[in-house]
Design a binder for this molecule. Structure first.
Ligand code: UTP
Length: 296
């Protein structure tokens, strides 16, 4: 029976070492992309796909996350007094967005371990996992399509992106068989961060998953892998050949995606998104042209 999916899990307990010192006292999911923290884009995406029940898996610096999605009376009162309704509206946007729950991961033993913490909250239903490292452009919806595919195939679904061969070592790479749909493949194997030579394809797993609850049973018995961490990819790899889990399919995403987990891509994402915005673009674009022209 196809379940109606309502829950999103957002792991946000990583150490974010690539962004130190910015992430010394703040989760990397709070880093602003133009003027909104990355995590807010991700919550908005979940809500746009109909997932109003959000569980954030948090770590030692969780307060900034909780505060961002909570009321801030002093700030609200000040803006109200000034009659600054536009900014007040921006403050309220993240407060009323969804039904947000928090779970503390304890030690950050990896993404698989973070997802396992959601077991009690999720129960026996399929659910979505969204990583704050990947921003999916709202003009190119992905999650809703994955949810539909999950219902259709009764399997776990991962999002795949075609990357340049020299980039595949940064991702989990998929080995696959085609299906009747050119955008959907059946995954037969997954390799975490392979070398160019050993990569089974240049289809990379990106940070969107719609998983069957059987993933929890698999994760529970998944040993630490690369980096001594419990890897979600390792659990998914086991599920590709375990029929009782429903198997794993990949939906190939051909839209706009911004990688904000990496410094250089984070900077590119900000420049690109800002230059497309009506309020910033008209001033930024000519400046960018001038700046580029002045470079040697
Ligand atoms: P990354 O591998 O990108 O994690 O995790 P990181 O450790 O935060 O970053 P770097 O590499 O040190 O800069 C992918 C996602 O999984 C979450 C992270 O918060 C991120 O959203 N995660 C990772 C957890 O929630 N718990 C963990 O134990 C590890």
């Amino acid at each position: 029976m196809a379940h109606h999916i309502t829950k999103a899990v957002i792991p946000a307990a990583g150490l974010g070492t690539r962004f130190l010192p910015a992430t010394k006292a703040m989760p990397k999911e709070m880093l602003p992309v133009v003027d909104k923290p990355a995590i807010q884009y991700v919550v908005e995406e979940a809500v746009a796909a109909g997932l109003h029940d959000v569980l954030m898996v948090t770590g030692r610096n969780k307060y900034a996350l909780e505060n961002h999605f909570d009321r801030v009376y002093e700030l609200e009162a000040t803006l109200e007094r000034k009659g600054d309704h536009a900014r007040l509206q921006k403050v309220h946007e993240s407060t009323n967005i969804a039904d947000i729950h928090y779970f503390r991961q304890g030690d950050p033993h990896g993404l698989g371990h973070a997802v396992l913490q959601a077991r009690m909250h999720v129960g026996e239903e399929p659910f979505a996992v969204l990583l704050g490292d990947d921003l999916i452009d709202e003009r190119d919806p992905l999650l809703q399509r994955m949810i539909t595919e999950q219902g259709k195939r009764n399997a776990s679904i991962v999002a795949l992106l075609e990357v340049e061969p020299d980039q595949i070592h940064l991702y989990g790479a998929a080995e696959f068989e085609p299906t009747d749909d050119p955008d959907v493949v059946r995954i037969t194997g997954l390799v975490e961060k392979p070398s160019v030579e050993s990569a089974p394809s240049n289809l990379a797993v990106i940070g969107r998953y719609v998983l069957r609850p059987e993933v929890f049973q698999v994760l529970e018995h998944t040993d630490p892998g690369m980096g001594g961490e419990i890897q979600l990819t390792d659990a998914l790899q086991q599920m590709t050949s375990a029929e009782w889990t429903g198997g794993v399919y990949g939906l190939i995403f051909r839209g706009r995606r911004y990688d904000t987990g990496d410094k250089i891509d984070y900077i590119k994402a900000i420049v690109q998104l800002a230059s497309e915005r009506d309020d910033l673009g008209p001033e930024l674009r000519p400046w960018l042209r001038q700046f580029v022209a002045s470079m040697h």
